[in-house]
Design a protein around this ligand. Structure first.
Ligand code: CMC
Length: 379
């Protein structure tokens, strides 16, 4: 068997053949099923985009209405799941709560009929429908409040913001939030998607697939970076402090959160769209001092690290948008997960269609033939 060279982080090694999305990192191009992200952000909405990603083509009007109705119908979560979540410590991170709750869905819908299209569709619908409800429920319960029931008269994003804040959102805010979900819905074979695919390849249930992806997304090098961006802007505190802060961080070889990407060597196209959205929000509702700091940070990072291909990624401006919508910082990554469920499910389906269990190899660099040393002889 041909053995390829070991690459840390599997950099540049194809893990699958996929039709779901495409990135050209040197051009700043991202397409979902061949359609540019800019076009989807301007013309589509999250649920339609999810349908496109998962079933491979844009739905007809009837298909979309049916899909929206199904998702609306399945938004509620079982009282036992709510009761389980009530026992979670309120100090726990919402990503941990989400991972546990997503995995718990498998207890209720555990039938594995992976060759049955109806089972696949039900799982897709349930996960897209219930994950936002679980995120909102944990937020209310950790503050000592009962979760609110989803509202059938509200669309996907408006309903989520309503469940989170107990107030019907401003339509523009809901629209901006929906675009954020569309932008985060899919991004080729990143760490969490790979995690989902590896789990899927064992033919386990889809709830385990999503739970493992949520756990992977939580780390600060992946989805968790958007929280760190706000912490960094908070620490910088003023536009004047941005340059010395960034220069000192670079001198100390620290990573600047919200910058850099394994694939992009130019500004992430999603960061450009998010920056525009942030500007529109601030124009409408009043400015945010963190935005001015962010713009200065971006300028300095580009100046200092642009030659290494390090530019703003999706996480740099998303936090500013969420902050402006009144969303607590530690919910930024769960919101990323709400969106990315669409991409994970698309790859789950694709994996099932051509499945072979993932079983890579390793380069063994340890010892051989070592004798067992009795405990009393060990130092
Ligand atoms: N700030 C400063 N230097 C950086 C940064 C950064 N954000 N990112 C990469 N570099 C430097 C790094 O120090 C290294 O320099 P050198 O070659 O001189 O040692 C070089 O660029 C390559 O870095 P790497 O860490 O080997 O690159 P990677 O492809 O393994 O990592 C990354 C990609 C996204 C994990 C990394 O850029 C990073 O840690 N960024 C900060 C965290 C972040 O914003 N993550 C969100 C990623 S986008 C959304 C998502 O995937 O969830």
């Amino acid at each position: 068997m041909a053995v390829c060279e070991y690459k840390p982080g599997l950099e540049g090694i194809p893990a699958t053949r996929s039709e779901v999305s495409y990135v050209d990192g040197s051009q700043g191009l991202l397409e979902y099923r061949g359609i540019r992200i800019e076009e989807l952000a301007a013309k589509s909405n999250f649920l339609e985009t999810a349908y496109l990603l998962i079933w491979g083509e844009l739905p007809s009007k009837t298909e979309l209405e049916k899909f929206q109705d199904e998702v609306r119908y399945h938004r509620r979560i079982k009282y036992r799941i709510r009761d389980m979540m009530k026992c979670f410590p309120e100090t726990g991170h919402p990503m941990d709560a989400l991972q546990a709750s997503a995995a718990a869905l498998g207890l209720f819908y555990s039938r594995r009929a992976l060759d049955n299209p109806e089972y696949i569709r039900e799982a897709v619908v349930r996960l897209l429908a219930k994950i936002p409800t679980m995120v909102a429920a944990f937020q209310l319960m950790r503050n000592g409040n009962d979760p609110v029931q989803p509202r059938d008269d509200l669309d996907y994003s408006s309903n989520f913001l309503y469940m989170l804040t107990e107030q019907e959102p401003d339509p523009f805010a809901a629209q901006v939030f929906d675009v954020c979900l569309t932008l985060h819905a899919e991004h080729t074979i990143n760490a969490s998607t790979f995690s989902a695919m590896v789990t899927a390849s064992t033919l386990t249930d889809p709830y385990a697939v999503i739970a493992s992806a949520v756990g992977t997304l939580a780390g600060p090098l992946h989805g968790g970076a958007n929280e760190e961006v706000i912490a960094m802007l908070d620490e910088i505190g003023s536009v004047e402090n941005a340059r010395p802060f960034i220069e000192s961080a670079i001198a100390q070889k620290q990573k600047i959160m919200g910058f850099g990407h394994r694939v992009y060597t130019v500004k992430d196209p999603r960061a450009t769209i998010l920056q525009n959205l942030a500007e529109q929000l601030f124009e409408k509702n009043g400015s945010d001092p963190y935005y001015d700091i962010a713009v200065e940070v971006e300028k300095v990072v580009e100046e200092k690290l642009g030659h290494k291909g390090i530019y703003a990624n999706v996480d740099f401006y998303s936090g500013l948008v969420y902050r402006h919508l009144g969303i607590p910082t530690d919910l930024f990554t769960p919101i990323f997960a709400i969106a990315r469920v669409a991409g994970w499910l698309a790859h789950w389906k694709e994996q099932l269609a051509v499945n072979r269990i993932f079983r890579p190899t390793q380069e063994y660099v340890g010892n051989h033939g070592v004798s067992y040393l009795p405990i009393e002889k060990r130092s």
